[in-house]
Design a protein around this ligand. Structure first.
Ligand SMILES: *Cc1c(COP(=O)(O)O)cnc(C)c1O
Length: 489
C-alpha cells in the first residue's frame, strides 16, 4: 500500500517559484505606480458579490486564486498608501515593512515566547521604542495590535497598581472606593472601551474640559480630582493625550507629570499620534516630559508607517507590568535549556499566541535609521504648515482651528451660509473628493464647528498633492454653490 499523506506544500516547487516571483514583481509595480491610480473607487456590485460566496470545498490552482486578487481586490484598496490619502489618522505603509510581514509569515513563528531569534527581534524593537521615548533600559513594554490595545495594557497596569489591593485576586469588589481616571474631553474613544472592559465603567473616566486650544484645562483637572477625593472616590490615573485625533492638540505633559507627582497619580500618555515626535529634531519639544509617564501607548503603524497592525505599550515599572499579566500554567513552563528557555513574551499582555509583528518595524528602522523617520515626521509638520498657509491665502477657505502638528481642520466657506448648509456643502465636497479618487480627507466637529480634517501622516505626500487638494476643494465648493446644492437641505 502506498502512503497517501497530504501536505500543504506544492507538488511542483518550480511552478511555485515562478508564481511567487510574479507576485513580487507585481507588488513592486503596484507600489511604484500608486500615483497613477485613484486614491479609492467604489466597488461594482458584481465584484462585491464575488466576496459573498460560500466556503470553497475543493481547491483550485494558486495562480487562479491570485488572478482573482489581481482582478477583484487590488483595484479597490482603502487607499492609505496613496500620496493623497489623509483620512482619520493612518500610516501609509512601506514596501520593506511588507517584505517583513512576508518573511515573518515564512517563519510562521509564535512570539508568545521561547528562545529563538524572532523573540530577540521582538524584544529589540521594544527596546528601540523605549530608547526613542527616552525611557530607562529597565522599563518594559510589549508589541500589540495597535494603539487601542496598547492603551488597554497601560490602563490595566495603572488600575491594578493604583487599586492598593491584589486586584487580580480580589477583583473590583475588593476596592475600598471606586477608582477614577481623568482625560480631556478630546480623548480617543478607545479609553472609554478600556474602562468599560476593565469593569470600571464609563463613569470612571472623568472627561476634563479642554480649553479653546483643545488641550486639557489643568485647573479643571485639579478641581475634578479634589471634588472626587472629597466625594469619597479614589483618583488613580491621568491620561494625557500627545496629539488628539480631532486637531492634534498636545496636552502639557510636563505640567501634568508635575500634577501627577503631587497628587500621587499614575500618568498614562496616549501617544498614538504624537509620541514619535520625540524622534523629530524640532517636533521633540512638543512632547517634552513624555519620559516621565508611568506608561505610554504608541503606534508604529502610524508615524513609522509600518503596515497594519503594530502598536506598543511601554511601562516604566517593569514589575508592575509583569505583575499585571504573568501567569505560568503547567503547560507553559520554562526550562533551563532548549526552545522553552526564553522569556514568555505573552506575560506582558493579553494574548497567548503572538504574531511576529516586530520584523516589519525592525527591517524598516535598520534600512532607514531613526533619524530619517524623524525627518519624515518634520516633513509632515512642514506639509501641514504649508497647507495651512494656502488655506489662509484662499478667501473661500477658512481654517477652523490653529494647526499644531500634522492635522489641518478647515472648510469651504463662501460666506452667508448658515451652519447646517455649510456642513452639507463640506460633506458633499468630502464625498466627491473620495468618489472621484482625487483625494481622501475626513471630517469632524470641533467645538461645535463642522470641518474637513486633513491628517498628513504620509511619507509620499508632496506639496503638489496639497495644491491639488486646495484647488479641488475650491473648485467643488464653487460648483456646488452655483448649483445651490447647500440650499436643498
Ligand atoms: C489611533 C489612535 C488610537 C487607537 O489606535 P489604533 O492603533 O487605531 O488601535 C488611540 N488614541 C489615539 C490618540 C489615536 O490617534
Amino acid at each position: 500500500m502506498t502512503e497517501t499523506a497530504e501536505t500543504l506544500d506544492p507538488t511542483d516547487w518550480e511552478a511555485l517559484r515562478t508564481l511567487a516571483r510574479r507576485i513580487i514583481d507585481d507588488a513592486v509595480d503596484y507600489t511604484r505606480d500608486i500615483r497613477d491610480r485613484p486614491v479609492w473607487r467604489d466597488m461594482p456590485p458584481e465584484v462585491r458579490k464575488r466576496f459573498q460566496t460560500a466556503a470553497p470545498q475543493e481547491g483550485q490552482p494558486l495562480g487562479e486564486v491570485y488572478d482573482d486578487i489581481v482582478q477583484n481586490m487590488l483595484p479597490y484598496p482603502m487607499g492609505n498608501i496613496h500620496p493623497r490619502f489623509w483620512m482619520w489618522y493612518m500610516g501609509s505603509s512601506n514596501f520593506t515593512g511588507a517584505l517583513g510581514d512576508f518573511l515573518a509569515a515564512i517563519l510562521g513563528s509564535n512570539l508568545g515566547g521561547g528562545d529563538h531569534a524572532a523573540a530577540e527581534i521582538d524584544k529589540q524593537v521594544v527596546n528601540w521604542l523605549k530608547e526613542m521615548m527616552g525611557y530607562p533600559a529597565e522599563a518594559s513594554g510589549t508589541l500589540v495590535s495597535g494603539g487601542s490595545m496598547a492603551n488597554l495594557i497601560g490602563l490595566t497596569v495603572a488600575r491594578n497598581r493604583m487599586s492598593g489591593i491584589d486586584l487580580r485576586e480580589e477583583g473590583l469588589g475588593g476596592l475600598a472606593a471606586p477608582l477614577r481616571f481623568y482625560a480631556s474631553d478630546q480623548v480617543h474613544s478607545c479609553h472609554q472601551t478600556a474602562v468599560e472592559t476593565l469593569g470600571l465603567g464609563n463613569r470612571a473616566l472623568s472627561r476634563v474640559p479642554s480649553g479653546p486650544d483643545c488641550r486639557m484645562d489643568l485647573g479643571a483637572l485639579r478641581e475634578a480630582i479634589a471634588r472626587d477625593r472629597a466625594g469619597g472616590l479614589a483618583p488613580a490615573c491621568v491620561i494625557a493625550t500627545a496629539g488628539t485625533v480631532n486637531t492634534g492638540a498636545l496636552d502639557d505633559l510636563e505640567a501634568i507629570a508635575d500634577l501627577c507627582a503631587e497628587e500621587g497619580l499614575w500618568l498614562h500618555v496616549d501617544g498614538c499620534i504624537g509620541a514619535l515626535l520625540a524622534i523629530a529634531p524640532r517636533g521633540r519639544s512638543l512632547v517634552r516630559g513624555i519620559a516621565r509617564a508611568d506608561s505610554i501607548a504608541l503606534d508604529p503603524h502610524k508615524w513609522l508607517h509600518a503596515p497594519f497592525e503594530v502598536g506598543c505599550a511601554l511601562v516604566r515599572d517593569a514589575g508592575a507590568h509583569l505583575g499585571s499579566f504573568t501567569l505560568t500554567s503547567e503547560y507553559l513552563q520554562t526550562s533551563a535549556r532548549g526552545i522553552a528557555s526564553g522569556a514568555w513574551l505573552h506575560d506582558y499582555g493579553l494574548q497567548t499566541s503572538r504574531g511576529f509583528r516586530a520584523l516589519k518595524v525592525w527591517m524598516a528602522l535598520k534600512e532607514h535609521g531613526v533619524a530619517k523617520f524623524g525627518r519624515l515626521i518634520e516633513q509632515d509638520l512642514a506639509h501641514a504648515r504649508y497647507l495651512t498657509a494656502r488655506i489662509e491665502a484662499t478667501p473661500a477657505l477658512q481654517l477652523c482651528f490653529p494647526t499644531s502638528i500634522n492635522i489641518v481642520c478647515f472648510r469651504y466657506d463662501p460666506g452667508e451660509l448658515p451652519e447646517d448648509a455649510l456642513k452639507r456643502l463640506n460633506t458633499e465636497i468630502m464625498l466627491r473628493l473620495q468618489e472621484t479618487g482625487v483625494a481622501a480627507v475626513s471630517d469632524t466637529t470641533v467645538k461645535g464647528r463642522h470641518c474637513l480634517r486633513v491628517a498628513i501622516n504620509n511619507h509620499r505626500t508632496t506639496r503638489a498633492d496639497l495644491d491639488i487638494l486646495v484647488e479641488e476643494v475650491s473648485r467643488l465648493g464653487m460648483a456646488l454653490k452655483a448649483e445651490a446644492f447647500a440650499d436643498q437641505g
